[in-house]
Design a binder for this molecule. Sequence first.
Ligand code: 13P
Ligand code: SF4
Length: 306
Amino acid sequence: MEDLIKKLNKIKKEKKAVILAHIYQLPEIQEVADFIGDSLDLSKKAQKIGNSRNIIVFCGVRFMAETAAILNPNKKIIIPDINAKCPMADMIDLNKLKNIKSKYNNPIIISYINTPAIVKAESTICCTSSNAINVVKSVSHNKDIVFLPDRNLGLYVKKQSGINMDIFDGFCPTHNNFILPQHVLILKKKYPTAEILVHPECRIEVSNLADHVMSTSQICKYVKQSTKRKFIIGTEVGIIYKLKRDNPKKSFFPISSLAICPNMKKITLEKLVDALEKEENIISLSETILERAYYPLKKMLDIPTF
Ligand code: 13P
Ligand code: SF4
């Protein structure tokens, strides 16, 4: 491990590379990353990487690396494992989107950032779990609104904003299938003073039981500033490493230890070093997709209220 880290630092310097990592990444990846964040933080960071760096190594899933490529088309974006895909993002594709659009008169399409680049290219605006409510409030409400692909986030946003919209029936298998209301109730009974923090990709029945529904980095920021000592956490378990590292005196109880995203865990230190050394697994998108997908992302990033 030590040797690999040394090798990584050497190649990183030579190639002027920067490593961005999502909060669900393995501890070994979090330890070597230059920046760790949620989808919105990582998009903003990718946009701001200046000329001193030539390569962004994106430790996360494919839609996140694609987003970095769209926001920074002049940089080489490497993903250590090209097969690290998000199954929820792949529940929507261009044909399904075209079919949806044909059922409305010029609808507003709000695409969660967990979508393929080609779907973003045909969307009105993007959102992440941390800004979805603000994004939905920012669009015209005189037109039909379609939110995709996450039904759980969509239902949560619809409830919070009171804005009517049609919601696609996609979901995250990790959050939807493993984090269940009965698990929350058991932990709540066991740790009555603990605060319950969950991600909006959880089922709405789980969100309804939570004290706060937040993105991954909102959970990390909230815990840091909270005076509470115990937290019941409803999201992918990779977040627990960061929470413990940043808050060694606080206790964390995952709602389900089975809530593991197998795709996030495909990124290992060996693959990271190898991909950067060989400059392999470069994200490649057509000029048209890069250009068209930029606008819905830019619109999202221009909303000032985050
Ligand atoms: P965040 O943007 O909250 O990190 O969520 C990304 C994701 O894929 C959650 O499953
Ligand atoms: Fe996709 Fe779920 Fe994994 Fe997030 S946790 S990347 S939504 S499969």
